[in-house]
Design a protein around this ligand. Structure first.
Ligand SMILES: NC(=O)c1ccc[n+]([C@@H]2O[C@H](COP(=O)([O-])OP(=O)(O)OC[C@H]3O[C@@H](n4cnc5c(N)ncnc54)[C@H](OP(=O)(O)O)[C@@H]3O)[C@@H](O)[C@H]2O)c1
Length: 241
């Protein structure tokens, strides 16, 4: 059995990933989000606010169990938020903290527990941190998002280096999924041009039908999970393969 732990499975890319693996078969998916929308015999949902570090820590102590006859164990840190789209100087502490807690602190904590629990398992172990092109490039109005995704990239590269130096076999990647047709894009298109200078570009992408389909993106991410040795870099962009 392939075991998947996926955050943010209630909608968007995380839901497409969970459904893709469940449909493929021989898979058990543990999904984590504040709400749930998947019903499947091999799906277990944890209702959890991953921006709440106390709740997340409690979850970590019980979630990563010993797994029977695992053929592959996968963690996908997918849940993420743009936060409030606005300039720094106009944001509030709670919104900024939520972005960093969800986008970087919780993936770091889950990665740490996942490696601790499963490093002695002989099957392939893969961690996918869903990043963004915004982790390489500034977008005005998205400062905390850009910074948190940039941190996720370097965190993933550092863990990959540690695994390599210890000759351990957990693969880790930070993957930019493209511009995906999800609620996150709806939020971007509903933003104020005074707080986000590229609003029109994102509205045009939708109008011209140029957003990526979440199921097709899930399929690309599955390629990395199925053949991790084929991918040399830790930081990847699905639009490039
Ligand atoms: N869409 C894009 O174009 C795009 C581009 C680049 C990168 N990404 C990245 O792709 C990932 C998925 O994004 P998406 O577009 O699918 O976003 P989405 O449609 O907004 O879905 C976000 C998911 O994260 C969960 N989530 C949000 N806040 C949470 C919290 N506090 N605790 C637990 N779960 C939480 C949501 O579930 P609940 O609300 O039920 O908790 C939902 O399942 C994100 O990391 C995003 O940064 C997306």
């Amino acid at each position: 059995m392939d075991y998947y732990f996926i955050t943010g499975t209630s909608r968007g890319l995380g839901k497409a990933l969970a459904e893709y693996f469940l449909l493929k078969g021989n898979a058990h998916v543990t999904g984590i989000a504040r709400s749930s929308s998947i019903e499947h015999a091999n799906y277990k949902h944890w209702s959890l606010d991953l921006a709440n570090i106390v709740e997340t820590e409690r979850f970590l102590q019980i979630a990563f169990k010993t797994l029977e006859k695992a053929s592959r164990i996968v963690l996908i840190n997918n849940a993420g938020t743009l936060g409030k789209i606005d300039y720094i100087g106009k944001q509030n502490t709670s919104d900024l903290t939520q972005v960093f807690n969800l986008n970087i602190i919780s993936p770091v904590l889950l990665t740490n527990h996942f490696i601790k629990k499963y490093e002695s398992e002989n099957c392939p172990k893969i961690i996918i941190n869903i990043s963004s092109g915004a982790g390489h490039k500034p977008y005005d109005g998205w400062a905390s998002y850009c910074a948190s995704k940039s941190a996720l990239n370097l965190f993933s590269e550092t863990v990959a280096l540690e695994q390599q130096l210890q000759k351990k076999n957990t693969h880790i990647f930070a993957v930019a999924p493209g511009v995906v047709n999800t609620e996150m894009q709806t939020q971007i298109r509903a933003s104020n041009p005074a707080n986000f200078s590229q609003l029109e570009r994102f509205q045009t992408l939708k109008k011209d039908n140029l957003l990526d389909n979440p199921t097709e993106v899930a399929q690309k991410i599955a390629q990395i999970i199925e053949q991790p040795n084929q991918f040399e870099s830790t930081v990847l962009d699905v639009r490039k393969f």
